[in-house]
Design a protein around this ligand. Sequence first.
Ligand SMILES: NC(=O)c1ccc[n+]([C@@H]2O[C@H](COP(=O)([O-])OP(=O)(O)OC[C@H]3O[C@@H](n4cnc5c(N)ncnc54)[C@H](O)[C@@H]3O)[C@@H](O)[C@H]2O)c1
Length: 331
Amino acid sequence: VSVRVGVIGTGIMGADHARTLHRYVSGADVTLIADLDLARAQSVADSVATGTRAVDDPYAVIDDSDVDAVVIASHDSTHAEFSLAAVDAGKPVMCEKPLAPSVSECARVVEAEAKTGRTLVSVGFMRRFDPGYVELRSAIGARSFGDPVVMHCISRGVRSGPGTTSEVSVTQSAIHEFDIVPWLLSSPIVEVSWHAARKTSQSDERLQDPQVMLLRTADGVLTTVEVFLNARYGYDIRCEVVGEAGAVSIAEPARLVTDLDLRHATAYARDWRPRFAEAYRLELQSWIDGIAGGGESALASAQDGLVATAVAEAVIESMHDGGRPVRVARG
Ligand SMILES: NC(=O)c1ccc[n+]([C@@H]2O[C@H](COP(=O)([O-])OP(=O)(O)OC[C@H]3O[C@@H](n4cnc5c(N)ncnc54)[C@H](O)[C@@H]3O)[C@@H](O)[C@H]2O)c1
């Protein structure tokens, strides 16, 4: 029997998850889709499968008897509220990152889930399923290039979304690094600081772009994080770990190499969807397999979501305080 999935929010990510679940994930049926914009929900439902219904009420998805499990891909500010409703209904939920933009909201979800005695909440930190990050984690664990000393993470995009602020850049984009760095190193982030380069012509008074953050993990490794949302040239995610005997970094996956006009080139994606397509698919397949098998989720947990948001809050505290190093409050 298939797991019947309801999707809340059919913007870029929700539409992508609905189609991935339908086309590339076995054991899942997308039965119901909600978006405040009903026409958008309807067009995604039409593109998924005959019989997939569309509504404009997210709670109708959570409460529907044809929905066993819920994907939340609406605006960040709605994540905690919908996750709590899914937990109340006793349904597994895959909430896009961040679990919530504040630790207090994350804590409400963690507490509500704990009361059920079940693992219901998974968080969409899909890099944990990206083949490059998975191999990097094994290489670090095997100490094949010695003990890690420093790490460099780069997260660049073509253009920031409308209304993006410096704080949103941290809670929405840099948060991927706050989850993946401790996951790679198997060591929690204990101290952070935030730094500004000069603003570019693409930044405005509310958005410092690029931003640089320093993360110190309990193992003493120092990580640099550059988040540059308006880097223009392409979506470019890099990660290099330097150890005592060598260094290792993730190679940008490229399928085609073009030789033309005296150039030897590979292309960048415009956004995250092609770069992480395999990670999204593997993440959703793992989530569905966990539900079907009645076992634990292999995805990031609600507690992992809370910990990443705690790092984001510490980074924002540093941002508001001239880049002063801030200790991360451990939940
Ligand atoms: N894991 C990743 O790589 C990744 C990448 C991009 C975005 N995201 C996350 O996914 C989520 C969606 O991002 P997006 O880029 O698709 O955004 P988007 O703005 O394209 O889409 C959001 C959709 O949610 C709908 N929506 C908003 N509030 C709603 C509500 N209360 N009820 C029902 N629908 C509502 C909007 O109408 C819109 O269609 C965000 O939380 C974002 O942080 C994750």
